[in-house]
Design a protein around this ligand. Structure first.
Ligand code: GLY
Ligand code: MN
Ligand code: MN
Length: 439
């Protein structure tokens, strides 16, 4: 993403903040995994959205209208000894030259410098409650200004939640963001196709996981969230991540996996037969979920509200379940009583962007939000019939199906970003048959 994109975002945020304000936003901390080993570093999405700056131990400060510079970065100093171990740092010179900061200071000087920048501003835009230690430091800086009131310093009167403005901005994706999400979607789709092609009875769930992870890495991607590979009844465990069981002939396998590429996520689920052919019960449930998913996608367009596509999915699922005798009718009463929740216990989608469950409100003034061009969401109905489900014919037991695509709201309706991976029964079976012995 080029530096103009980040500049445009900062400018837009500063326009919304208005004069007399200051925003303070820390980079994500490094997080220990065990003993002296760290998790791979992932920058905070809000921080990255405004800076493109990839290092920890940094703080962004925005001061709209400040003559001596509106965009200030505190960051680590260059340190040749550390850089031998951990790689290059931008330093203050790089923060200005590469990342476009108007001014940059060593992070170790922040206590001395930031109170002076806060002084005289009315409002501090800051997101409280995410990082307690940093909250205390922000309060400390503001108190420092208050303590100097007798010498004429003016302390801010107001703390404002930064995320309200910022997350509204992140909810509507720019052209550059849509291009990034398209890339993440395409790579993830390729990975799902690969999984379908190589799946064989007797493989371990993690062996299948290794196949799609290899594709993510081939494009410099990482999993955007912990992947789910659930064979058979494991698909009925919504957050199954052990991925360590054998894939059995005659079972389905559910894969929920998406790549994060250049900080943007995809989130795809496909469910397919381990041996390449759906049996009649699996096919029946699968086609019902597919019909629900298509009905949901058809309900996505500008001006439609957030809950309409969920309603469309639950209506199709409920009608189907009543017809199969899995729910008691009539359909209207079943819908009213939400009896489908026994087999469909999650919602039909969420916003998608830099975070897999991306930011943005779902309701505005107590009403479901209306969809607008540039929003990206998932559409992911499912049915999960746990083994031993009481009152359910055992032929349905252990069938878990979810189908999840990523959908961009466009001016004319919507566009499915993840349609490079098949979801029709015939298309899945045809892809799985490719390259198998006997064709
Ligand atoms: N993979 C997480 C979700 O589908 O919401
Ligand atoms: Mn998912
Ligand atoms: Mn999802």
């Amino acid at each position: 993403m080029d530096s103009n994109e980040f500049r445009r975002r900062r400018q837009e945020l500063m326009n919304l903040m208005g004069p007399g304000s200051i925003a303070v936003l820390p980079a994500a901390p490094e997080r220990p995994r065990n003993r002296d080993t760290l998790y791979p570093y992932r920058q905070d999405s809000d921080f990255y959205y405004l800076t493109g700056f990839p290092e920890p131990e940094a703080v962004l400060v925005l001061i709209p209208g400040r003559d001596q510079g509106q965009y200030i970065l505190f960051c680590r100093e260059r340190d040749p000894a550390c850089e031998i171990w951990d790689g290059p740092r931008a330093g203050q010179e790089g923060a200005v030259r590469v990342y476009g900061a108007d001014d940059a200071f060593p992070i170790s000087d922040i206590d001395d410098i930031l109170p002076g920048l806060i002084e005289g501003r009315e409002k501090v835009y800051y997101t409280m409650g995410v990082d307690r230690d940093f909250d205390q430091r922000v309060i400390g800086w503001v108190n420092h200004v208050r303590q100097n009131a007798r010498s004429g310093a003016r302390a801010p009167g107001e703390f404002v939640a930064l995320q309200h403005l910022l997350h509204e901005m992140r909810l509507i994706k720019s052209k550059a963001e849509i291009a990034a999400m398209r890339k993440a979607a395409q790579v993830s789709a390729e990975a799902h196709r690969r999984a379908m092609q190589v799946c064989r009875p007797g493989m371990l769930e993690y062996e299948l996981e290794a196949e799609f992870q290899a594709i993510f890495r081939r494009y410099n991607g990482w999993p955007a969230y912990t992947p789910i590979v659930g064979g058979g009844a494991n698909a009925c465990i919504l957050h199954y991540i052990a991925n360590d069981q054998p894939l059995k002939d005659g079972d389905l396998v559910l894969i929920d996996a998406g790549a994060e590429i250049d900080m943007y996520a995809a989130d795809i689920t496909r469910t397919f037969p381990v041996n390449g052919r759906f049996n009649p019960e699996q096919r029946t449930i699968y086609e019902l979920v597919l019909e629900a998913q298509k009905a949901a996608i058809a309900a996505i367009a500008p001006g439609r509200h957030w809950n309409e596509f969920h309603d469309a999915a639950t209506r199709v699922l409920t009608a189907g379940l009543v017809e199969l005798g899995l729910l008691e009718g009539p359909v209207e009463r079943a819908l009213e009583q939400e009896t489908y929740r026994r087999f469909y216990m999650h919602r039909t989608g969420h916003w998608l962007g830099m975070d897999v469950h991306d930011v943005g409100d779902y309701k505005v003034d107590g009403q479901w939000r209306l969809l607008e061009p540039g929003m990206v969401l998932t559409v992911e109905p499912g049915l999960y019939i746990a083994p031993g489900s009481e009152g359910v014919d055992p032929r349905w037991w252990g069938i878990g199906v979810r189908i999840e695509d990523n959908v961009l709201v466009t001016r004319g309706g919507c566009e499915v970003l993840t349609d490079d991976v098949p979801k029709e029964v015939e298309a899945i079976e045809a892809l799985m048959a490719e390259g198998r012995d006997g064709g």
